[in-house]
Design a protein around this ligand. Sequence first.
Ligand SMILES: [Zn+2]
Length: 365
Amino acid sequence: MIIVFFIKTATASAVPLDSILSSENLQKITENLNDLENYHGVRVIFDVTDSDGSIFGESLYDFVLKGLQRGPNRNWNVLVFYNVKKNQLRFVTYAHCSLGEENLAKIKGTSPVQDVLNSPSPSNEDISKMFLFISDELRNLILTSINSSSTCNIEITHKLKLKSNEYAVPDSVLKAIYSVIMDKSWEESNPGGFYVSQNFIPGETFDFLPFVTSDKKKFISLLEEKTKFSDKEIESYYKILTTEGNIVLIEDYPDDYLFHERIHEIIHKELTEEERNLLSNKKISDFDPLLSANLPEFTLVPAALRLTLSTGNWQEIYAYMAQYEKYPSSQDYTRYIDKEVYDSFSSNYPEEYKIYKKVFNLALR
Ligand SMILES: [Zn+2]
């Protein structure tokens, strides 16, 4: 097995492990990692960079890029991410609870690791020792965790059941309403779900004006053009999509889509106005302190998701945070929220965080 990896971006350069580690240590580490992968199906990857980016966003990006959040034993996969230039170390796991934060913190807090992190310029020999120590400790931790029932259960075993106000409809139906509301082409419209907080495509408002087509008419003619639905079917989809309080999803919706839309519903229906005001006063930059640090490559919320958040409703940040907290594997390297965001949110905005947690817990019902 090859344990030297490269980050495939222009700004981060990976440092080959054999340029730092002694060949003896490298061999021992490789044996440890091979054993974990071959006999226990757990992947542990060591990655060393010397980039100027934030270790937070960069390490999570790397974790998802390498697909460590996937696979049957993903609960126990670990990325050991070390920035040699900044002398910073981070462990990334699939879910925050999988190997236990205290266990990982304990490894990080022990002397072979602390000796390196506290040194202004650690020697390669010390770094080499640190890596060997970490690989031994992680191996022990993983072997105990795998057989323990106390690790968190994060598997999605079956589909969430739809409630009476929740519908799964053909993809083209959601495509049509998205295209009308957002004024996008058919090809650009690929929504996964929708919470109906109000009727977004009224039929009557402009009907008395000549030459003005109502959004309802646009929606209907789009479906007539693109699908073979009968008038009756189209009318029933229109009703579903315009009835306030409904959640509408694509036919083959993953659970995390439904969970995301339920967050919108709960914020809309179950929070007091005061609570909603508190949440809506927060800007994306409040969640990502690195935004102002001029580090566009590896921020805590990557560019594609940031664009969604900045063009969408203020509620999107909470909906995505909840979605990724409950279903971490629904993240990929273009769309994720780093754990650091949750940590800084909870410590800097405890009141707002309490409301977020209330919404999150209500969605678990
Ligand atoms: Zn949303």
